[in-house]
Design a protein around this ligand. Structure first.
Ligand code: PRP
Ligand code: ADE
Length: 178
């Protein structure tokens, strides 16, 4: 059952060389989204992990932009709210921000000041972990807000970039590893 779901998801990930820059092998998750069965498999496996680990999650926090594709579906399944972490300049009202580096550039992330409150327990979600810069920066944002990061969920982990190490003690759950 579980292996069948993983196989289906793996079949729906496409590798595209030299995007967005020469030398980067881009792992494209768009084919997953075109297949409702594959999307359901992703959410099933994330849900199963969260339930098995008995994590008491207050909020799912999703990363701009591809974390938004899976995060709200999982949050709905778990019956918890969803919060957006966005690239700088996209969110209205007072925000808190942090800058970070990624596999092919540098950027700044923001959340709304009232999105997460002190003491809340959050689970972070994105499509892919590369260098870990994006998720590590988001962990910093959560810490700034005095929220507790219970862990990070990703569909794909690019092992050789050692992003899991950058997450320090925060636990990582990935469905596929390359
Ligand atoms: C990609 C991916 C992750 C991040 C991973 O997003 O969706 O968010 O890179 O890289 P890292 O582990 O090295 O930080 P990208 O910044 O390309 O933005 P997008 O989702 O808006 O396309
Ligand atoms: N984000 C950072 N590195 C990536 C890669 N190789 N494929 C897809 N998204 C990415």
């Amino acid at each position: 059952r579980k292996q069948e779901k993983l196989d289906l998801i793996a079949q729906r990930v496409r590798a595209i060389p030299d995007f967005p820059k020469k030398g980067i092998l881009f792992r494209d998750i768009c084919p997953i989204l075109k297949d409702p069965g594959a999307v359901a498999a992703v959410i099933d496996l994330f849900e199963e992990y969260v339930r098995q680990t008995n994590l008491d999650i207050d909020l799912i926090v999703g990363l701009d932009a591809r974390g938004f594709l899976f995060g709200p579906l999982l949050a709905q399944r778990l019956g918890v709210g969803f919060v957006l972490v966005r690239k700088k300049g996209k969110l209205p009202g007072p925000t808190v921000s942090v800058s970070y580096c990624l596999e092919y550039g540098k950027a700044e992330l923001e959340i709304q000041e009232d999105a997460v409150s002190a003491g809340q327990k959050v689970m972070l979600i994105d499509d892919l972990l590369a260098t870990g810069g994006t998720l590590a920066a988001t962990c910093d944002l959560m810490t700034q807000k005095q929220a507790t990061v219970l862990g990070c969920l990703v569909v794909i982990e690019l092992k050789e970039l050692k992003g899991a190490e950058k997450l320090g003690t925060h636990r990582l759950f990935s469905l596929l590893q390359y």
